[in-house]
Design a protein around this ligand. Structure first.
Ligand SMILES: C[S@@+](CC[C@H](N)C(=O)[O-])C[C@H]1O[C@@H](n2cnc3c(N)ncnc32)[C@H](O)[C@@H]1O
Length: 373
């Protein structure tokens, strides 16, 4: 007899502005009927779909599944939101979701215009979960804020509070390879979004250059995309301590991802150039590439301390090239005035070395983007 798999609701969160790209990405994983909200997509699907998003989404921030909704009776101004959150938490039997031996943490998000001390309210949610455990099984789980086995993501709303299990655990942009940091690194999922928007894969470049590579995020994310390397292959997730976790299903998704990567690694790779004026950045890039599992590919990647004024001859004529970089923003790093000069210099260099090629350059201000013709 064929029984239909149980469908559940999943939320996939992302940075503001990435919703459409994320929707395309998730549709590419075979997921349909996705509803789009600011910073969040919602779909109904199988657990396998949620696991696939965890394993394969390069753009998502978190994958959540709502467990319990606490509807509110009062929505007047004098409401005590922290106590509502406690009530909601104690009114659900959390021992159905995880064992008291697991550690847990609460991440509270509060909708705009709701007045509450989030630190205190977070504590009250925690109290509610602990009291629910004590009532149900007479034992309580401990808190671990840094590396919890279970993360409950709670959205405090105007008419209801939603208690979700965070399947991603930590935010998905943390792929696990960034061992060495430089100033102002771009988030991994934002770098991936830029590469996706700039159609890195479809352009099939022979040369990839990041002339201001910092900690190497664009180079590593490009390597991952071009070698079909799932971003979730070696990181920890938030479902291991969950009663609903299907270990066999997850292991089969993981084995499939490992096989896809192995097959893709047999294809030739472009030549990568990762430059930065700062020696620390050069070191960080190399270490992070190794931490990401691409030590074998290092001979394809030229990582050097170089300023924009010191580019070698790329011999790029007739080759498809893809340049991607985020120069110092001007707000966090460097000065605005010198920044304009930097963008002008970059623009001149790109035109000289890579005429008629594609470049994706982040600009924090219109004046910077304007000089990049
Ligand atoms: C915003 S950071 C890049 C961050 C990088 N995308 C990452 O993910 O870590 C800008 C980088 O540009 C480098 N830089 C600034 N001026 C430069 C120049 N004239 N030539 C080469 N690199 C430069 C800085 O050392 C810094 O690492």
């Amino acid at each position: 007899m064929n029984s239909k798999p149980r469908l559940s609701t999943y939320w996939v969160t992302c940075a503001d502005g990435l919703e459409t790209l994320l929707q395309e990405e998730i549709q590419g994983l075979g997921i349909q009927d996705i509803e789009k909200f600011p910073g969040r997509l919602i779909f109904k699907g199988k657990l396998e779909d949620a696991y696939r998003v965890c394993m394969w989404s390069r753009l998502a921030s978190r994958v959540l599944t709502p467990i319990h909704v606490h509807e509110l009776e009062f929505t007047h101004d004098a409401r005590d939101v922290a106590e509502e959150l406690y009530e909601g938490a104690i009114n659900f039997d959390w021992s159905l979701i995880f064992a008291p031996q697991s550690t847990f943490a609460i991440r509270l998000h509060v909708e705009r215009d709701i007045k509450v001390n989030t630190q205190f309210a977070t504590l009250r949610v925690k109290d509610g979960v602990v009291d629910s455990f004590m009532e149900a099984v007479g034992k309580r789980p401990s808190i671990d804020i840094k590396q919890p086995e279970i993360t409950l993501y709670v959205l405090a709303g105007k008419t209801e509070h939603t208690y979700c299990l965070d399947l991603s655990g930590d935010s998905l942009h943390k792929r696990g390879y960034r061992r060495f940091m430089t100033d102002a690194p771009i988030k991994e999922n934002l770098a991936a979004a830029i590469l996706q928007k700039a159609q890195l894969k479809q352009r099939n470049p022979e040369i990839i250059l990041d002339p201001m590579c910092g900690s190497g995020t664009f180079i590593i994310e490009s390597l991952m995309i071009l070698t079909d390397r799932a971003p979730g292959l070696v990181r920890r997730f938030g479902f291991n301590g969950w009663n609903g976790h299907d270990h066999e299903l997850w292991m089969s998704i993981k084995a499939e991802a490992a096989e896809r990567h192995k097959v893709a690694l047999e294809q030739p790779l472009p030549k990568f150039y990762a430059y930065d004026a700062d020696w620390e950045a050069v070191k960080a890039t190399k270490q992070n590439i190794i931490a990401a599992g691409f030590e074998q590919q290092l001979d394809q990647i030229q990582i050097e301390e170089r300023t924009l004024a010191d580019w070698p001859d790329f011999q790029a004529e007739g080759k498809t090239s893809f340049i991607v970089t985020n120069p110092p923003y001007g707000e966090r790093l460097g000065e605005k005035a010198s920044n304009r000069a930097l963008y002008l210099g970059l623009s001149a260099l790109l035109q000289k070395n890579f005429p008629n090629q594609h470049a994706a350059v982040i600009a924090a201000a219109v004046e910077q983007a304007d000089v990049l013709h």
